[in-house]
Design a protein. Structure first.
Length: 367
């Protein structure tokens, strides 16, 4: 079953999230925006750098509540759960079931309304109202029909808005999940700690470090946004502006191709727009990208900030680790080396921006 067919009756919010994530960054970081190539220009001709020294910067302070620590522990326990497929039993909330379905409107099938052997997790998978709940209480092996209606103003496909639909469904199997009990034996078996207190202290410490990193990242981004806001573009370098415009469109068209859809159909179905409106939006975003890059390179040049090959290689290694990839697994999944991907998507410039932002923080009045 294609992704397109599976998601057509799902949540429009989920679809939008998938598209945005896939387009803006296949894996991790993009804190300040995606850059695609370096501009080698006389920056003074194009941009006036705003104030970047002596800005007010409040270093964030974070706490980890008991509730947050408990949630972290619960997530860890859940990660150690085991599942097994069963051929019998009744579907209940929390179960993951394998089903096939075929949707018909006025007796006719429609694009994206059918799937075979797809997994649905009760309480998690988003489908149109009544679909998932209609599985609860049914038994493995059951064949039945749900009589539903698409929502008004259905964002995924406006042609289906408000229409009655019949889904013929077969439940093939379900997965039963066993979650281990949280006790000292569990801790000794799954961690390096010998007591409950020691383990929970480590969870709190790790959570604090994670929250501090996130908070500082947000604070640094806000500081950089002040620099961008106070900087003025004298004029946009036409070649670079056109390049960014083309890059934005190319990414979205690649997504349309991945979904086996025409460009116009993709914009209508997933972006809820048309070519004219999309061009206007993408042209404005291209200006934002160009301004970011001009200011970044101008400050970097003024401060003598560069990215060495070693720094860049270490940076890629860190990103791969954060994303759970090795070089080999990344290449297998994305059909190109991480170095090639990084070159095409401007990772070196992102690292340069991080270094520039650190310099801005260093110059700031910290409180």
């Amino acid at each position: 079953m294609s992704k397109k067919k599976k998601i057509i009756i799902g949540s429009s919010l989920g679809v939008a999230a998938i598209i945005i994530i896939a387009l803006l960054m296949v894996f991790v970081f993009d804190t300040f925006g995606m850059f695609t190539s370096e501009y080698k220009l006389n920056y003074d001709k194009y941009v006036t750098i705003g104030k970047y020294k002596g800005l007010d910067y409040t270093k964030p302070k974070v706490i980890a509540t008991k509730k947050e620590v408990k949630a972290e522990i619960q997530n860890f326990i859940k990660s150690k759960s085991t599942t097994k497929e069963v051929k019998g039993g009744t579907v209940k909330k929390g179960d993951t079931v394998s089903i096939s379905y075929e949707g018909r409107i006025n007796g006719k099938t429609f694009e994206g309304g059918s799937a075979k052997n797809t997994n649905i997790t009760i309480g998690q998978t988003s489908m149109i109202d009544g679909f998932v709940d209609g599985l609860i209480g049914k038994k493995v092996g059951d064949k039945f029909t749900l009589h539903l209606r698409f929502p008004k103003n259905y964002a995924n496909n406006k042609d289906l808005s408000g229409k009655k639909v019949d889904f013929a469904i077969t439940i093939h199997s379900k997965q039963e999940t066993t979650t281990p009990k949280y006790n000292l034996d569990f801790i000794k078996k799954n961690t390096q700690y010998k007591t409950v207190a020691a383990y929970e202290d480590s969870v709190k410490k790790s959570l604090l470090e994670k929250k501090q990193t996130q908070a500082e990242s947000s604070a640094k981004k806000a500081l950089w946004e002040k620099v961008i806001a106070s900087s003025k573009v004298k004029k946009y370098p036409q070649q670079q502006l056109e390049f960014e415009q083309k890059q934005i469109v190319a990414r979205y068209k690649k997504m349309a191709k991945n979904y086996n859809m025409s460009w116009a159909k993709f914009l209508k179905t997933y972006m809820n727009t048309d070519e004219k409106k999309f061009k206007k939006q993408s042209d404005e975003y291209a200006k934002t990208v160009v301004k970011q890059k001009l200011v970044t390179y101008a400050v970097a040049k003024k401060e003598g900030i560069k990215v060495s090959d070693k720094e860049f290689n270490d940076y890629l290694a860190k990103l791969l680790k954060q994303a759970g990839f090795t070089k080999e697994s990344f290449k297998k999944q994305y059909k190109q080396s991480v170095e090639k991907y990084a070159e095409e998507n401007g990772f070196r410039t992102n690292l340069l921006l991080e270094k520039v932002n650190e310099k801005v923080v260093k110059y700031a009045k910290v409180s």
